[in-house]
Design a protein around this ligand. Structure first.
Ligand code: SAM
Length: 281
């Protein structure tokens, strides 16, 4: 299952920031967001009817806020700044493109058909839908999430994407995957989940996952760096506490469960890395 990572990066149309935009964010926008009183910022976002802020206040970093960032649309001025120009929402859209493309390539590089993809902390499944729609080989996916709130939205999305007969949703804890599956897994997707979990839970999940994968199967996950420059804002104003880890740290956790041969792809804002590892058994 070898794929050409370099060619993937060249083909994707990413969102980028110019050196001037980066400088303005660093010198002006990020300090204001990080250090203005949190109450004032919350009032401004409430007044500006920010859909992204409201979604985070209900469930910080939950699937709804992801969907709002992925859509990239904004009715209100506050959201035009946050969603269209915010570094994290831009980086999330980049990560979606990158991960969807990588998973499609991994599906096409599999020997067996249909390829079975397991998505953990899947939310409604935007990334796997992108991948299934792009992949040429026959593939289907099992989407597992603790929170079943996202499944109805996910089913509608799959209908729109023409993948409804290839996607099934299961409510449950990713640590219990063994009890949820009827055949081995070729590709595991853990995008947008590790930054919300502590080290011990990640190791428990990937240990369970390694036991249900075909030998040599791929796991796709992401790291997050502090390059977005607004962690203090997200903690104070959105109540969002993400755990920033280096690629090496995450790979070390995956290695405890038998994963190796890691390969990393950076999205151009330097916030997320999409990482592919292989299970050694
Ligand atoms: C931020 S959302 C990401 C959704 C999707 N992966 C994406 O990137 O758009 C994280 C999801 O992980 C789920 N989650 C967290 N811990 C989990 C666990 N132990 N087992 C299954 N799902 C979990 C949450 O319910 C949430 O829907």
């Amino acid at each position: 299952m070898q794929i050409s990572m370099e060619s993937i990066l060249k083909e994707i149309e990413f969102e980028r920031l110019s050196p001037f935009q980066r400088a303005v964010k660093r010198a002006l926008i990020n300090p204001l967001a990080n250090y203005l009183p949190a109450g004032l910022l919350k009032d401004l976002l409430r007044l500006g009817k920010s859909e992204l802020a409201a979604a985070n206040w209900v469930n910080p970093g939950g699937w709804r806020s992801m969907v709002i960032s992925y859509r990239g649309e904004a009715k209100e001025p506050a959201d035009r700044i946050l969603i269209k120009g915010g570094t994290i929402p831009m980086a999330l859209r980049n990560r979606r493109k990158l991960a969807g493309r990588v998973i499609a390539e991994l599906i096409d590089a599999c020997q067996s058909q249909p390829v079975h993809v397991l998505c953990l902390g899947a939310g409604p499944g935007h990334i796997i839908n992108d991948a299934l729609a792009r992949a040429r080989r026959q593939a289907d996916a099992t989407l597992v999430d603790l929170n079943p709130d996202c499944f109805e939205y996910g089913r509608q999305l799959a209908l729109q994407m023409g993948t409804a007969d290839r996607i099934r949703f299961i409510q449950g804890d990713a640590r219990q995957v063994k009890t949820m599956l009827d055949r081995p897994i070729d590709v595991v997707k853990m995008i947008g989940i590790c930054e919300y979990l502590d080290d011990a839970i990640i190791v428990d999940i990937v240990s369970a996952v390694a036991g249900v994968m075909r030998p040599g199967g791929a796991i796709v996950f992401n790291s997050i760096s502090r390059a977005h420059g607004t962690d203090r804002f997200f903690r104070r104003v959105f109540g969002l506490h993400m755990i920033h880890r280096t690629d090496r740290h995450l790979e070390g956790l995956m290695a405890k469960a038998g994963f190796a041969d890691f390969c990393r792809l950076d999205e151009p804002l330097g916030v997320y890395q999409v990482i592919v590892g292989r299970v050694k058994r």
